[in-house]
Design a protein around this ligand. Sequence first.
Ligand SMILES: NC(=O)c1ccc[n+]([C@@H]2O[C@H](COP(=O)([O-])OP(=O)(O)OC[C@H]3O[C@@H](n4cnc5c(N)ncnc54)[C@H](OP(=O)(O)O)[C@@H]3O)[C@@H](O)[C@H]2O)c1
Length: 205
Amino acid sequence: MRIGTVGNGGMAAALGRHWVRAGHELMIGGRELSRAAATAERIGARSGSLREATAYGEVVLLAVPAEVVLETLVELEFAPGTVLIDCTNALDQRDHSLAEAAMAEAISSAVPHAHVVKAFNLAADTVWRDAPHRFEGRPLGVPLCGDDRAALERVAGLVRDLGCEPVPAGGLARARLLEATAALAIGTWVRGGDVRALFPPLSAA
Ligand SMILES: NC(=O)c1ccc[n+]([C@@H]2O[C@H](COP(=O)([O-])OP(=O)(O)OC[C@H]3O[C@@H](n4cnc5c(N)ncnc54)[C@H](OP(=O)(O)O)[C@@H]3O)[C@@H](O)[C@H]2O)c1
């Protein structure tokens, strides 16, 4: 499948690397062509402007800071039915609360003819970059929120390409729960808490 990225940073490179290896055609899109080209060269992808990458991708990964997402989208065109993966976390770095309570829904309102799927926002780029994605003998679960069944199936396939397990997590209205979960986890981790200890196996209840 043809995948474009809006952004040439850590997340675009980490996820894109695996998708190239899985046989997808990837275009890294950047606002500065030389930076997009450098990232693309590292992972064996092609590169282009943000507009070229969105036009190229049947699936587009949105991987820019949350605070610039909406203004960036205004400049771009998406073919109707484009699957738009939102991995952003609108984290307020001062207190690790959310600067925007429902980012995926705001993105969907800004690009109503695209199918937004929230995914990949719960783990750091280093986790996505470093395969294999198995922990304690199990594949990493990746919750997906979205309203379009075919779009969810496409993103589920991209999750499996990483060796991870897609976890259906409801419609796009529930994406705000994934965003809040990321804020909780990051805030806990920054304060030295053990995020892994928060959700013990059910058998321990
Ligand atoms: N890193 C993580 O561990 C992680 C994990 C989960 C989710 N996320 C989310 O993923 C998204 C991308 O994170 P990242 O770690 O890949 O970020 P990053 O490495 O800092 O890369 C950010 C990308 O956004 C571009 N950008 C920055 N400001 C821009 C602007 N004003 N207009 C257009 N493009 C701009 C940068 O372009 P230039 O190269 O031209 O500056 C760069 O390509 C964020 O929303 C973040 O919350 C990150």
